[in-house]
Design a protein around this ligand. Structure first.
Ligand SMILES: Nc1nc2c(c(=O)[nH]1)N[C@H]1C(S)=C(S)[C@@H](COP(=O)(O)OP(=O)(O)OC[C@H]3O[C@@H](n4cnc5c(=O)[nH]c(N)nc54)[C@H](O)[C@@H]3O)O[C@H]1N2
Ligand SMILES: Nc1nc2c(c(=O)[nH]1)N[C@H]1C(S)=C(S)[C@@H](COP(=O)(O)OP(=O)(O)OC[C@H]3O[C@@H](n4cnc5c(=O)[nH]c(N)nc54)[C@H](O)[C@@H]3O)O[C@H]1N2
Ligand SMILES: [Mo]
Length: 566
């Protein structure tokens, strides 16, 4: 995030787009609701009627995959009505004139038609966002990024942020809400094909040499490949080994059969996980890891805040902390490390990464964590970025981006768009929430959310067992008839793979810059299954899974099955 979670409560206006914040980031959603109570305007731009729409001044029910024309048209209005922050644009950005010309191709009327919204929505968002800026926040998550045009979607939001002078404004910014615990920390520490720790670009002069000197090993001269590319290279035999740490790839990757085939094509596969997952079952070696509450170290959260985590309980059996396993592996591979604890690893890390230099364990132990950049030990940390200037040292560049529809659109054979994501009571592939008893009472199996008018037209009722098929595969799932889903689109999570392996169906397409998969749109057809007893089968499956690890669960067959958030 450019800004802080706490700041959101002070925003003049918040645009939430492609983020089901209440379910996926409930604490952040509370800050948004606090802002509304304090008088801020809330605009939700999403294809689905998510819980936050109840709090919104305006719900713009955009068609899936049409964000760029919408935000270009918003920029068109802001520019043509001269509502932008001229002083900011002149002093801190470049490329405005070209961008202003570019968005003339996106008049509000055109966008309204492509996006399936009233033209009034375009004017409303433009005028309110401009009026509330600076100090208007944009928050987005996967509905923006998990598209084949994901990076251009993000740039179209960045353009608005610059028009409003919101990069560097308290309670403003353009804020991607991060996903998994410490995914931010993983990026900070260089788990990115292009970067060494602290976002230092591998290919920039001097960077590689600095790390080679510190680590005493030669480093590759070129950036690595992304995981999506690596999967294809496994099938071609060019990637022969894989080490998977904390990922249930065969369930969470798009087009699951392809992912499974790729992993099976490798000569050697290691999985380091806290459970024996479907992915771990394919591995040659499984390294049992300790969970977060059994580990010592640091996590960085969505607002760049580095925090201490301490082991509260001992790991079970042979499980060991991730860091200990990795340090041992380095030793066995002939590169013994001077660091022996997470604290010592951190010290090496902060010496090499200027943005983290001032964050010491001592300071972390004394306070509530510190937000990077924090260049020295007297620096208080940085609640919001780009305050006096863009942190990159360069101006903000306006990006003239064009509408690119999803790689696969609805057609006669596959007339419905499937979008996938999360629900509050489940976590991803269910390795964790699928084992803890109680969650199955909130939601015992996967449900395909379908609009009531579509359901009536297709002859489906709540609870019917459906077969959802795409060009890649098909799954069985129960119907949930609800107006949360717009017409022509359905929604599923991927948390119940034992009966519904959602990613058997999802698309192979991915963003052409970041290679993030297009999880948010693929074309499907839906039929009623010949066998109509999914609910019963599912209940049995949950009992089996929970019983393995926790205790046999007494499952209420007819438990309320409304998705969380309703
Ligand atoms: N309970 C729970 N919380 C979680 C997780 C979990 O598994 N369970 N996972 C965590 C992780 S790793 C992540 S990355 C985050 C994800 O957090 P979110 O991205 O908020 O979660 P999703 O359910 O994927 O929601 C995507 C949103 O985008 C909308 N959307 C779909 N297509 C489009 C589109 O074309 N345009 C726009 N504007 N919106 C669209 C969907 O309707 C939905 O509201 O959640 C985190 N939090
Ligand atoms: N259809 C569809 N697919 C998606 C998405 C979508 O929206 N739609 N979203 C995508 C996104 S954003 C994400 S982030 C991925 C998530 O995909 P995954 O990361 O594969 O999902 P999880 O089920 O959270 O798997 C995490 C694994 O880490 C293990 N684990 C937990 N704690 C620890 C630990 O401390 N150490 C180690 N070593 N292991 C641990 C868990 O047991 C689990 O097996 O799914 C992606 N797939
Ligand atoms: Mo994620």
């Amino acid at each position: 995030m450019t800004n802080s979670i706490e700041e959101l409560a002070d925003s003049n206006l918040i645009i939430v787009t492609g983020s089901n914040t209440t379910e996926a980031h409930p604490v952040i959603a509370l800050r948004m609701k606090r802002a509304v109570r304090k008088g801020a305007k809330l605009i939700v731009i999403d294809p689905r009627k998510i819980e936050l729409t109840k709090w919104a001044d305006r719900f713009v029910q955009i068609k899936i995959g049409t964000d760029i024309p919408f935000y270009n048209a918003v920029a068109n209005v802001i520019i043509n009505e001269k509502l932008y922050d001229e002083q900011y644009v002149n002093s801190r950005t470049e490329g405005f004139a070209e961008f202003a010309r570019h968005v003339q191709h996106y008049p509000p009327e055109y966008a309204a038609e492509v996006c399936g919204v009233p033209v009034e929505d375009v004017y409303y968002v433009a005028r309110e966002y401009a009026k509330a800026s600076p100090g208007a926040a944009i928050c987005y998550t996967l509905g923006i990024t998990e598209h084949s045009c994901g990076s251009h979607n993000v740039q179209s939001l960045g353009n608005l942020g610059m028009l409003g002078g919101n990069f560097g404004a308290y309670a403003g910014g353009v804020n991607p809400l991060r996903g998994q615990n410490n995914v931010q920390g993983a990026g900070d520490s260089g788990a990115i094909p292009t970067d060494l720790p602290g976002y230092q670009k591998l290919e920039r002069p001097g960077v590689r040499e600095k790390f080679e000197a510190a680590w005493g090993v030669p480093l590759p001269k070129r950036r690595g490949i992304t995981k999506i590319t690596a999967m294809d290279q496994m099938i071609k035999g060019n990637v022969r080994g894989v080490f998977i740490m904390g990922e249930n790839t065969v369930i969470s990757d798009p087009h699951a059969n392809h992912a499974e085939h790729a992993l099976k094509s490798t000569e050697f596969m290691v999985v380091q996980d806290i459970f024996l997952t479907d992915t771990a079952r394919l591995a040659d070696v499984v390294l049992p890891a300790a969970a977060f509450a059994e580990s010592d170290g640091t996590f960085a959260n969505s607002e760049r805040r580095v925090q201490r985590v301490r082991a509260a309980v001992k790991p079970p059996g042979e499980a060991r902390q991730d860091v200990d396993i990795l340090l041992d592996l380095f030793g066995r591979m002939g590169l013994p490390q001077s660091a022996t604890t997470a604290a010592e690893v951190w010290d090496e890390f902060r010496q090499l990464a200027p943005i983290l230099a001032g964050i010491t364990y001592k300071r972390l132990d004394e306070g509530q964590g510190i937000q990077w950049p924090c260049p020295d030990e007297d620096h208080p940390g940085t609640p919001y970025l780009h305050r006096d200037d863009m942190d990159s040292g360069m101006p903000g560049f306006f990006a003239p981006v064009d509408h690119i529809p999803p790689a696969e659109e609805a057609d006669d054979e596959y007339p419905i768009v499937l979008t996938t994501g999360r629900r509050r009571s489940t976590y991803h592939t269910g390795t964790q929430t699928g084992r803890a008893s109680g969650f199955e009472l909130l939601m015992p199996h996967e449900m395909c959310e379908i609009n009531p008018i579509d359901a009536a037209e297709m002859g489906f009722e709540d609870g019917d067992t459906l077969v959802v098929s795409s060009r890649r595969g098909s799954v069985t799932v129960a119907a949930k008839v609800t107006d949360r889903s717009p017409r022509g689109a359905v929604f599923m999570s991927f948390a119940f793979p034992e009966l519904t392996r959602t990613n058997d169906v999802t698309s192979d397409a991915y963003d052409f810059i970041t290679e993030t998969p297009e999880f948010k749109a693929c074309a499907v057809k839906i039929e009623k299954a010949a066998e109509q007893n999914l609910h019963w089968k599912s209940a049995q499956a949950r009992v089996r899974l929970a019983g393995e690890v926790v205790m046999p669960t007494k499952l209420k067959r007819d438990a309320a099955v409304a998705p969380a958030g309703d």
